[in-house]
Design a protein around this ligand. Structure first.
Ligand code: SF4
Length: 98
């Protein structure tokens, strides 16, 4: 999930290789759980840094906004890596980021 799309764009196309480094706190059971986590944990925490004018900045809870300051504008699902091996995911055995 991304506000401007700059982080998700290169995952889809561009660089020859993409390396994702993520903490175990980002791992959930299903893709649906990932969306819930992104909207209810990561985005509200992240938005506190930006101090944008969104419901989560004020309440700490997602209000499913479409505000000009929304950071949940682009939602990327990659269901298959092509060419094979282009995207590598490195899971770090600790909590990293939001
Ligand atoms: S959709 Fe809006 S209110 Fe919800 S987490 Fe994203 S920025 Fe915050």
């Amino acid at each position: 999930m991304d506000g401007n799309g700059n982080r998700v764009a290169a995952i889809v196309f561009g660089p020859k290789y993409v390396i994702v480094v993520a903490g175990m706190n980002k791992v959930v059971r299903t893709a649906e759980d990932a969306l819930v986590r992104a909207r209810t944990v990561a985005a509200p925490f992240n938005q506190q840094r930006f101090k944008g004018k969104t419901p989560c900045t004020v309440t700490g809870v997602c209000g499913d906004c479409k505000s000009p300051d929304c950071i949940c504008n682009q939602i990327l699902t990659t269901r298959n890596c092509r060419p094979a091996g282009r995207i590598k995911v490195i899971l770090v055995g600790e909590s990293l980021g939001y």
